[in-house]
Design a protein around this ligand. Structure first.
Ligand code: AMP
Ligand code: FE
Ligand code: FE
Ligand code: ZN
Length: 272
């Protein structure tokens, strides 16, 4: 059983539409797919309809922003109800924070002479949740960076001069809110976030799983987080964090997620 449980679309900073992602997943013989856009469920209806047509099991998900100190922490929520007004209100708040952050970053870049505007960035996000990826693409289009990776490395990555933190809630609060919404909160790519010290607190807040098999995790990190999950009775998930062709992540479906882990999260979804 092939699964990719962490994929982005044009509803946030992916470059393929939900239907295109589902078509690609079908071509790659993926059986279980989770669309998990940043702070948006807007791609889920289109993805669900497309997945039904090609016989892919689609898990409705979202990747919620949280901030601990100055560090971004992402919390995946699996089996969200995309029509729940409480969820939609929360997501609107998070997208408003994204918008304010994008404006602040564009202002700082502009003051330093980088020729990007909020309009450029919004044209690239095209109604989806705006993020640094869109700012990076605007910088590339303006000739101010060689590539998206270059823009992150020199200008807008964490600890770079034009990085601005989002004013997002704490990971603990987000985990609790996901539980209240009847979904399963999973700590995204902890090896990237270096969020190990948060685990106890998040587990007591209701954390349901750890994304051990993430594209950016080394084999040692995958083993480390899978072991912690087993010890703490948590689900393990994984995926490519695919953002479309040309983005740095590997091909859709190319991160191995063990079949028993996939079965366990499917069973947990049935039990909600
Ligand atoms: P944001 O949520 O707006 O802070 O942006 C985070 C997103 O930026 C991640 O989900 C990735 O899509 C992208 N990103 C972060 N670091 C890099 C990088 N070094 N190169 C390319 N994309 C990146
Ligand atoms: Fe992203
Ligand atoms: Fe993430
Ligand atoms: Zn992601």
């Amino acid at each position: 059983m092939k699964a990719d449980l962490h994929v982005h679309t044009t509803a946030s900073d992916g470059t393929l539409t939900p239907s295109k992602i589902v078509d690609l997943a079908s071509a790659r013989e993926i059986d279980v797919l989770a669309i998990a856009d940043h702070d948006s469920v807007d791609g889920l209806t289109e993805a669900r309809d497309a997945a039904e047509k090609v016989g892919i099991r689609l898990l409705p998900a979202v990747e919620l922003s949280a901030v601990q100190g100055s560090a971004d922490v992402h919390v995946l929520a699996y089996f969200v109800d995309a029509a729940d007004p409480r969820l939609l209100e929360r997501l609107e708040g998070l997208r408003a924070a994204r918008m304010r952050r994008a404006e602040a970053m564009v202002r700082a870049l502009g003051e330093a002479g980088f020729p990007v505007s909020v309009d450029d960035v919004l044209a690239l996000s095209d109604g989806g949740a705006v993020g640094r990826s869109h700012i990076a693409r605007a910088l590339v289009a303006a000739g101010a960076a060689d590539s998206v990776s270059d823009a992150f490395a020199r200008l807008i990555g964490r600890d770079r001069p034009y990085y601005v933190a989002k004013d997002s809630p704490s990971p603990r609060e987000v985990v609790g809110a996901i539980r209240e919404l009847g979904a399963i909160p999973v700590l995204a790519h902890p090896g990237v976030t270096r969020a190990d010290e948060l685990l106890d607190e998040l587990i007591s807040a209701g954390l349901g799983g750890i994304e051990a098999y993430h594209a950016d995790h080394t084999p040692a990190q995958r083993t480390h987080y899978a072991r912690i999950a087993a010890e703490r009775g948590l689900l393990v998930t994984g995926g490519t964090d695919y953002h479309g062709p040309g983005a740095p992540n590997p091909e859709l479906g190319s991160v191995h997620v063990p079949e028993d882990a996939v079965r366990a999260i499917l069973a947990a979804g049935e039990g909600l």
